[in-house]
Design a binder for this molecule. Structure first.
Ligand code: CUA
Length: 170
């Protein structure tokens, strides 16, 4: 079968683009741990604000040095507005929304998830570089979408993380 030169060119470049996409999925999931959160846990959005963990969303330090962070993503703020976590430890984020779909993206890290009313989004990650990270909502959620952000502070001093986490509920 005779295939015209340009036709062959476009066939091979389309195939090449697909190969690049598949390779980038494999690379980001294997080397950069970018995976969709697979946790499936339901919660009643009507009572989410008073549910265990979400009534006073904050950082909980666990005995093994890891931390669990509860976050309420709502119009138009993340509670707590500032999160302090220990460096180099597994940090499990648990979050939900009482109103509409929000996004939760920790800029310049692999922390990025959708927060859907009725579900608890959960993922675990680790931060090896201390510093201040911006958390933004990356799903359009209404007129105040652009002011919906908070701050993640990664630090070596685990003690401090406990102090601030306990008081940063609102
Ligand atoms: Cu919340 Cu955009």
């Amino acid at each position: 079968m005779n295939v015209d030169l340009y036709e062959r060119f476009w066939m091979w470049s389309s195939g090449g683009i697909i190969a690049v996409f598949i390779a980038s999925i494999i690379y980001t999931s294997a080397a950069q741990s970018l995976q969709p959160p697979s946790h499936v846990e339901t919660i009643d959005p009507q009572t989410a604000r008073t549910s265990p963990g979400f009534a006073q969303p904050s950082v909980t330090l666990n005995a093994d040095g890891s931390a669990t962070v509860h976050i309420m993503a709502q119009m138009f703020a993340f509670l707590p507005t500032e999160i302090r976590v220990p460096r180099g430890q597994p940090i499990t984020f648990r979050m939900t929304s009482p109103d509409v779909i929000h996004g939760f993206q920790i800029v310049k890290t692999n922390g990025n998830a959708m927060v859907v009313p009725g579900y608890v989004t959960q993922f675990t990650t680790r931060f090896d570089t201390p510093g201040e990270y911006l958390i933004v909502c990356n799903e359009y959620c209404g007129l105040g979408h652009h002011i919906m952000f908070s701050t993640l502070i990664v630090e070596d001093d685990v003690e401090m993380a406990g102090d601030v986490g306990a008081g940063a509920g609102q």
